[in-house]
Design a protein around this ligand. Structure first.
Ligand code: ADP
Length: 449
């Protein structure tokens, strides 16, 4: 087992990893920017090393500085959390070259899955369902028109290097294709320096269903069930839950087995997430594989009792999985709400919900600073219940208890979302936000007047 792990991240996920290491008897070194000098991860890690100014490119994305810090402090492994360098194949390769274990899959797998067209082709070869689409890359707007007409409208024009909703445009008819192609390509070139494009059929109002998998370095792969992440605002997830109401036990097994097939196709190791879109007729399609821990991993932990970060560390240290697929039991229902800051500032007063079935992941404390420089997510409220209804009621109770003074947050919005009829019914899809946002906002206004 590792003696000392460097954490190349900040905020709640850095803290999440520190807590896990503490329980495992592993020392932690957290790197930080001057902006995060007084942050909870810096205070709680065994050691903290300042690696640069606020700007991420000079600190949390500064590969050389981070590697240097790891060598100076004698770390034998690096955990990158999510975001920042977590899906950076170059960084994973440099870790390997420096004989520091990158806690995640190999750099070859990260780069293979990071290129979506590449991943798509590999999945087709290995009999994983993918969305019907172009054979390989589409090299011009004219070719895009031909391919789109062959597939039938609507289509989604996607960048191979795209991510975070960037480099993706819909086209509902032939005259929209050129413009969609050109603007998606320009966006992806500017953001990722790669203009490779492909086309998929646009699945109308699908469910976003993802499967958590664990794979050790000896070929053992299991899935820990699904998460429904269909409630998204501009492709940013707001609420995630498990189990997904859209899945029957039969469909869950079928999708889980496809997730394992996808992981096997690329020789995957460590924790990963296979993302699918699911349509109303229960057809499901692979869209991409995330080669890191996800923000929403706690909901899976709460129903399986498995600490995913601990598993990541154990797998990276060369240990075998201690569970088989048959050992995985899921109990009850779990929901996560992401609490985002709408204004930066200093937290003047803080009270987190607690009590039966409530878990909070957050870096906040009274007096701490919410920086405008980084991601706006400041807390995750996770609840469990024996049933979905119990979990919903518990989430309402938890959100009512939550007090964050000094920064504006979306906590009230999330509370009212849990009273939305479509959400309560559970039969929502990725168009939920668009369809219900106004009603939720109106409800808040009425309550406040
Ligand atoms: P990103 O890396 O930007 O998150 P994804 O490929 O995961 O890109 O797609 C983001 C979101 O877009 C998904 O969560 C899903 O809701 C939607 N999406 C992706 N592909 C399709 C498709 N072919 N049809 C409909 N929706 C899609």
């Amino acid at each position: 087992m590792f003696k000392r792990i460097l954490i190349a991240n900040r905020g709640e996920i850095a803290l999440r990893i520190i807590r896990c290491c503490e329980e495992m008897g592993i020392e932690t070194v957290v790197v930080y920017s001057t902006e995060d000098r007084d942050s909870l991860p810096v205070i709680t890690a065994t050691k903290a090393v300042c690696i640069g100014p606020a700007k991420s490119t000079e600190s949390y994305l500064n590969q050389d500085r981070i590697l240097e810090a790891a060598k100076l402090t004698d770390c034998d492994a690096i955990h990158t959390g999510y975001g920042f360098l977590s899906e950076n194949a170059d960084f994973a390769r440099k870790c390997e070259e420096n004989e520091i274990k990158f806690i995640g899959p190999s750099h070859e797998i990260i780069s293979g899955m990071g290129n979506k067209q590449n991943a798509r082709e590999l999945m087709i070869k290995n009999h994983v369902n993918v969305v019907p689409g172009s054979d390989g890359l589409v090299n011009s707007p004219e070719e895009a028109e031909i391919v789109a007409e062959r597939l039938g409208f609507p289509v989604l024009i996607k960048a191979s290097a795209g991510g975070g909703g960037k480099g993706m445009r819909r086209a509902f008819s032939k005259d929209e294709v050129k413009e969609a192609y050109n603007s998606a390509k320009a966006e992806t070139l500017a953001a990722f320096g790669n203009g490779d494009m492909y086309i998929e059929k646009l699945i109308l109002n699908p469910h976003h269903i993802e499967f958590q998998i664990l794979a050790d370095e000896y070929g053992n792969i299991i899935y820990l069930g699904e998460r429904d992440c269909s409630i998204q605002k501009n492709n940013q997830k707001l609420l995630e839950e498990t189990p997904a109401w859209a899945l029957t036990e039969e469909l869950r097994k079928e999708m889980g087995e496809q997730a394992i097939l996808a992981a096997k196709a690329c020789g995957y190791t460590n924790a990963g997430t296979v993302e699918f879109v699911l349509d109303d007729d229960n057809h499901f399609y692979f869209i991409e594989m995330n080669t890191r821990v996800q923000v929403e991993h706690p909901v899976t932990e709460m129903v399986t009792g498995i600490d995913i970060v601990k598993e990541q560390i154990k797998i990276a240290s060369g240990m075998k999985l201690t569970y088989t697929q048959e050992d995985i039991e899921r109990k009850g229902h779990a929901i996560e709400c992401r609490i985002n800051a709408q204004t930066p500032g200093t937290v003047k007063f803080l009270h987190f919900p607690a009590g039966f079935g409530v878990r909070v992941e957050s870096y906040l404390y009274t007096g701490c600073k919410v920086s405008p420089v980084y991601d706006s997510m400041i807390a995750k409220i996770i609840v469990t219940g024996n049933t979905r209804l119990e979990a919903i009621k518990r989430m309402r109770r938890a959100l009512k208890e939550l007090v964050i003074e000094g920064v504006k947050t979306n906590a009230e919005y999330m509370l009212y979302l849990t009273y939305n009829r479509e959400f309560i019914n559970g039969k929502y899809d990725t168009s939920f936000y668009e369809r219900n946002n106004q009603e939720i906002v109106k409800l808040i206004a009425v309550e406040q007047s």
